[in-house]
Design a protein around this ligand. Structure first.
Ligand code: HEC
Length: 242
């Protein structure tokens, strides 16, 4: 490379640096705003400013009554999720309560397990009639969710507990046979265990709605040979865990 050419490229580089510097300086000078509470130039406003309204900001669309806050009042007659109304009619009516029990009517903190298990036993009964339809639906739920451990007959020998060849399965706990365990507890206890789990059994509150839980409870009781008639004579026994 000749001396002249070297000089030229040096000049070019300088020009580029000067240009770059002035662009950066110009940006720096203009992009900040004098008002500290406001940004200067915003390049992609869509990303900075969400088109959604802030919860408690004013909305340009007002209700017919002139209410303008973007967070609207809940529709009359609606209630927050998980809230059990103090209304006697609801607290004492099983059918009404059904709708709420799926939520957090009972807590399931491990420390309160015994207390809540006993509370469920004392306060709730199966509100469904043991009709053929309910039993059939219960059987369906049972076959899908419970047979792997409890076994088709409810004897506790599901395919996870005892393998097809008769050897020990991968599941480490052994579920009790329903014929033994169910007569010792009542509907509320079972409801609680099926909803929130017990020991090595997980809860099914997430997968089964309240009605399905009662249906499967009816079905497992039928597996254990407990009929409505026998329930009537068996006194309510609240059995706390261990
Ligand atoms: C992963 C295996 C497993 C599955 C699946 C399972 N269970 Fe259990 N179940 C157990 C075990 C283990 C116990 C014993 C728990 C204990 O007493 O510590 C048990 C206990 C029970 C009891 C007695 C509860 C009590 O209060 O003593 C009932 C009722 C019951 N299961 C119903 C069901 C129903 C209904 C389903 C399906 C929706 C189901 N289980 C699914 C493993 C399972």
């Amino acid at each position: 490379m000749g001396k002249e050419k070297k000089k030229e490229s040096f000049k070019m580089k300088n020009t580029i640096y000067i240009l770059l510097f002035s662009v950066v300086a110009a940006l720096a000078a203009t992009s900040c705003s004098r008002d500290l509470k406001k940004p200067g130039r915003v390049f992609i406003p869509d990303m900075n400013y969400s088109p959604g309204y802030e919860t408690y900001s004013e909305s340009p669309i007002s209700t017919p009554e002139g209410y303008k806050m973007s967070a609207r009042k809940p529709v009359e007659g609606t209630i927050p999720r998980g809230w059990v109304p103090t209304d006697e009619k609801i607290r004492t009516n099983q059918a009404f309560l059904m709708g709420y029990m799926a939520k957090n009517h009972f807590t399931h903190e491990p420390a309160k397990w015994d207390e809540e298990y006993a509370k469920a036993a004392a306060t709730i009964q199966n509100p469904l009639e043991a009709t053929k339809e309910n039993l059939a639906k219960g059987k369906e739920v049972y076959t899908i969710h419970c047979t792997p451990c409890h076994g088709e007959k409810g004897d506790g020998n599901g395919q996870l507990v005892v393998l097809a060849d008769g050897s020990d399965g991968p599941y480490t706990a052994v579920p009790p046979a329903y014929t033994k365990r169910l007569p010792e507890i009542n509907d509320g206890n079972i409801f609680y265990s099926v909803s929130y789990g017990k020991g090595m059994m997980g809860g099914y509150g997430f997968a089964l709605n309240v009605e399905q839980r009662w249906q499967v409870i009816q079905y497992i009781k039928s597996l254990a040979g407990i009929t409505a008639a026998t329930v009537a004579v068996v006194p309510v026994v609240v059995v706390a865990k261990k």
